[in-house]
Design a protein around this ligand. Structure first.
Ligand code: G
Ligand code: G
Ligand code: MN
Ligand code: NA
Length: 253
């Protein structure tokens, strides 16, 4: 209850900010994109991780207004980087309540137009479980978003493996392999087999595959050999504030 009251204040007083985690293309070894991740600047200095407060915001019905701010802020940052000469694909996470708003595509379009960013450089991430909650409605919304030029990524992929064939009928651009499969990639034959199956499927379908949670060079080498196109993880960098992200790009490789 205390957390709920604090979150209401946090939304009113704009105590949120975004950090950005780089995504590396394995063939060029360059930063090609970033994922925007929400952070809360708690007034008492406590660090409350998003997996604790986002579900509560969702239950309180506050995630949609905040989601609009997240999109606008990510686009504003992307435009600012563009003007500095850094062209980066921007990935933004969409929550279930946000995704289910009927006017979401039009809203995203107007946010993107106001920020003067290229819709093809905005990647909208939805989780596998969100997608499968109401697959027919999801497919329709994704078609509308893609028609507007936005990219679609499926996040945390692999948990609901049984729905693989079905899920790949969704209009997608990118599949993000859940870090659970990366974690033991150097040890587990089954994880390697799953990752190989996913990357070859994506290759056949022309999808980008991003392996999440890559923490070591050995994991990177395995992931690369198994055919993923991009990696994201602590090996490259944790999520960073904008100035630090640009510093990383300037010093990279
Ligand atoms: O770095 P990390 O602790 O940021 O993220 C934890 C979880 O919170 C992830 O599952 C991530 O998808 C989710 N998350 C982080 N930022 C956002 C956001 O801006 N919007 C939504 N809907 N989820 C987010
Ligand atoms: O939206 P998603 O669930 O993919 O959010 C990414 C989450 O993964 C964030 O919480 C981010 O901080 C976290 N993360 C990013 N890179 C790594 C990593 O290399 N290892 C681990 N354990 N977590 C990571
Ligand atoms: Mn994500
Ligand atoms: Na993820």
């Amino acid at each position: 209850l205390k957390l709920e009251a604090e979150l209401r204040t946090a939304v009113e007083q704009q105590q949120f900010y975004l950090v950005y985690q780089p995504q590396i293309d394995l063939s060029s070894d360059r930063v090609v994109g970033v994922e925007a991740l929400l952070r809360w600047r708690h007034p008492q200095g406590e660090s409350v991780p998003p997996f604790r407060f986002i579900p509560i915001l969702e239950e309180m019905g506050l995630i949609s207004p905040l989601g609009d701010w997240i999109l606008a802020e990510a686009c504003r940052q992307q435009r600012a980087w563009q003007l500095q000469g850094y062209t980066l694909r921007m990935a933004v996470n969409l929550s279930p309540a946000q995704f289910e708003q009927l006017d979401l595509p039009a809203k995203i379009q107007s946010i993107v137009q106001a920020a003067e960013v290229d819709p093809g450089q905005l990647e909208l991430e939805i989780t596998e479980s969100l997608a499968m909650h109401n697959p027919e409605a999801t497919i329709e919304t994704l078609h509308r978003l893609r028609h507007m030029g936005f990219k679609i990524a499926i996040d945390d992929f692999g948990i609901g493996f049984s729905s693989l064939e079905y899920l790949l009928r969704f209009p997608l651009d990118t599949l993000k392999i859940d870090r659970a499969f990366v974690k033991d990639i150097t040890r587990g034959r089954s994880d390697r087999a799953i990752v190989r199956a996913l990357t070859s499927l994506c290759q056949g379908l022309g999808l980008t595959t991003i392996a999440e949670g890559v923490e070591t060079q050995r994991q990177r080498d395995y992931i690369d050999a198994l055919g993923a196109t991009e990696i994201q993880g602590y090996l490259i960098s944790p999520p960073l504030e904008p100035a630090a992200l640009i510093q990383l790009i300037d010093n990279y490789a």
